[in-house]
Ligand binder design. Structure first.
Ligand SMILES: Cc1cc2nc3c(=O)[nH]c(=O)nc-3n(C[C@H](O)[C@H](O)[C@H](O)COP(=O)(O)OP(=O)(O)OC[C@H]3O[C@@H](n4cnc5c(N)ncnc54)[C@H](O)[C@@H]3O)c2cc1C
Length: 395
C-alpha cells in the first residue's frame, strides 16, 4: 500500500500485513468464509439465543472441507499438507462473526482426534476418525474435573484394570460438546499420583454408566457444554490411547494446538470489536462532531490497534518458530496471555465507544464482551500460563 493511501479499517484491513501469508492461505480463507457466510451468518442470532445449532451443520462442514482440515485423506480428511496458518485462519473466520457458540463444538475434534489417529489402533482409527471427519459422529475432549482444571496432576477420575477392561469412575466438567458427543477422549488415572499416573482413554458415550448434564453458563451461551459422570463404566483395554501412565505427553501436545485456536479466535474477536467501534465512531455525532473526532475516542481506538498489531507481530514470530521445527513453549504461553488480554481490553473499550447502543439489538460487540472472559480461562488460564513461561525460562 502506498504511504498516501488510507487503510480500510474493517475486519480484513485490521490484520497487519504478514510476510508469511501466501496465496494458498488466501484461498483457504475464501473457502472457509464462503461456508461461514452461507451456513452460519444467517442463523447466528437464533443459534446464539438457542445456545446450540442443528446437528446438520456437522455434515455440511464436512462437505465444505472444513471438518477434515489437516487430517489424512485416507480417513476422509483434506490432507495433512497444511501449516499453522490454516488453523489460525479457520478460527479467525469463525470468530469474525463475534460468536463462539458454533466453533467451540465444531472444533473439538481438532484437539481430541489427533491422539486417536497417531496413537490408537488401526481399528479405532477407522471406527472413530472416519465418521467424525464425515460429520456423522462427534467427539469431546474430557480433561477438566470438578476439583479443578489447571492442576492436571491432581485429576481424580480413575480407571482400574480388571481383566480385559478398565473400570472408570469419576467426573469431568465444563466439557465443550459433552452433551452430544459420541466419543470422549478422556484423561484418567491408571497409576499413582501426579501427571505420571495419567492415561488417555477413548470412552464411548453410550456405555452403561456414562451420563452427561448441560451446564448453564456465563457468556458463552453454549447449551452443549456440560459435565460427564462415569459410574463403574466398563471400557475395553483396547481403548487405551498410547502408553499407560504416559497420557500427559499426549495431552501437552494437544494443549499447544488448542492454544493456537484460542489465540487466533481472540485476535479475530478483537478485530471485529475494533472495526465495529470505528464504524460507530464515524457515524455517531456528539457535541457537534463525529464521535471519532473526539481526542479521547481516537486515543482509545489507536491504543486498541496498537495492542492488536503487537500481538499479531508476536504471533507471526511464534508461528515462524514452530514452522522452523522449534517448540517455543514459553512464548506460546505468553502469546496466549497477550492475545486474551488484548481481547479483554478491546472488548471493554469498543463497548465503551458504542455506549448504550451496545445493549440494543443483535450486537456483535455485546457478544464479544460476553465471550471475552472465556478465553482467559479456557485453554490454560492466565496465571497458569505465566507460571509455565516462568518455569520454561528457568527462573
Ligand atoms: C467455555 C469453556 C469451555 C471449556 N471446554 C473444555 C473442554 O472442552 N475440555 C476440558 O477439558 N476443559 C474445558 N474447559 C475447562 C477449562 O480448561 C478450565 O476452566 C481451565 O483449565 C481452568 O480450570 P478451572 O476452571 O478448574 O480453574 P482452577 O484450576 O480451579 O483455577 C481457578 C483459578 O485460579 C488460578 N490458579 C490456579 N492455580 C493457581 C496457581 N498455582 N497460582 C495462581 N493462580 C492459580 C487459575 O488460573 C484460575 O484462574 C472449558 C472452560 C470453559 C470456560
Amino acid at each position: 500500500m502506498a504511504a498516501s493511501e488510507k487503510p480500510v479499517l474493517d475486519f480484513d484491513g485490521l490484520r497487519p500485513p504478514s510476510p508469511f501469508l501466501t496465496a494458498e492461505h488466501d484461498a483457504w480463507r475464501h473457502q472457509v468464509r464462503a461456508f461461514v457466510d452461507a451456513e452460519i451468518a444467517p442463523n447466528l442470532k437464533d443459534w446464539d439465543l438457542a445456545a446450540t445449532f442443528p446437528d446438520a451443520l456437522y455434515t455440511k462442514a464436512a462437505a465444505a472441507g472444513v471438518l477434515g482440515m489437516g487430517f489424512a485423506q485416507e480417513l476422509g480428511g483434506t490432507g495433512e499438507d497444511i501449516d499453522l496458518y490454516h488453523r489460525i485462519i479457520l478460527a479467525e473466520e469463525f470468530y469474525r462473526l463475534g460468536s463462539g457458540v458454533v466453533f467451540s463444538d465444531l472444533a473439538t475434534h481438532w484437539v481430541a482426534l489427533p491422539p486417536v489417529i497417531s496413537l490408537g489402533s488401526p481399528e479405532m482409527r477407522e471406527r472413530v476418525a472416519r465418521p467424525v471427519l464425515a460429520g456423522l459422529k462427534k467427539m469431546a475432549f474430557a480433561v477438566t474435573e470438578p476439583s479443578g482444571g489447571s492442576d492436571v496432576g491432581g485429576f481424580q477420575t480413575t480407571a482400574e484394570k480388571v481383566g480385559d477392561n478398565y473400570i472408570v469412575n469419576g467426573s469431568k466438567t465444563l466439557i465443550s460438546g459433552a452433551t452430544r458427543a459420541d466419543f470422549m477422549l478422556t484423561a484418567v488415572r491408571t497409576g499413582g499420583p501426579g501427571v505420571g499416573g495419567l492415561s488417555l482413554l477413548l470412552i464411548e458415550a453410550d456405555r452403561p454408566g456414562v451420563s452427561t448434564k448441560p451446564i448453564a453458563g456465563m457468556g458463552w451461551y453454549n447449551g452443549n457444554n456440560g459435565s460427564i459422570s462415569f459410574d463403574n463404566v466398563e471400557v475395553p483395554i483396547t481403548n487405551l490411547i498410547g502408553i499407560e501412565n504416559r497420557g500427559f505427553a499426549g495431552l501437552a501436545n494437544q494443549f499447544n494446538i488448542e492454544r493456537f485456536s484460542g489465540i487466533s479466535a481472540t485476535l479475530a474477536l478483537a478485530r471485529t470489536a475494533i472495526s465495529e467501534a470505528i464504524a460507530f465512531g464515524r457515524e455517531r455525532k456528539t457535541f457537534g462532531q463525529r464521535l471519532i473526532d473526539h481526542q479521547v475516542i481516537r486515543q482509545k481506538i489507536v491504543q486498541m490497534i496498537q495492542r492488536l498489531n503487537s500481538t499479531y507481530a508476536y504471533m507471526d514470530m511464534v508461528v515462524w518458530r514452530f514452522h522452523q521445527g522449534e517448540t517455543p513453549v514459553a512464548d506460546l504461553a505468553m502469546l496466549k496471555v497477550a492475545a486474551t488480554t488484548t481481547l479483554e481490553h478491546c472488548a471493554r473499550e469498543s463497548l465503551q465507544v458504542l455506549g448504550g447502543s451496545a445493549y440494543t439489538g443483535d450486537n456483535r460487540v455485546e457478544r464479544i464482551y460476553r465471550e471475552a472472559r472465556t478465553f482467559v480461562i479456557g485453554g490454560g488460564a492466565e496465571e497458569i500460563l505465566r507460571d509455565l513461561a516462568a518455569r520454561q525460562l528457568g527462573f
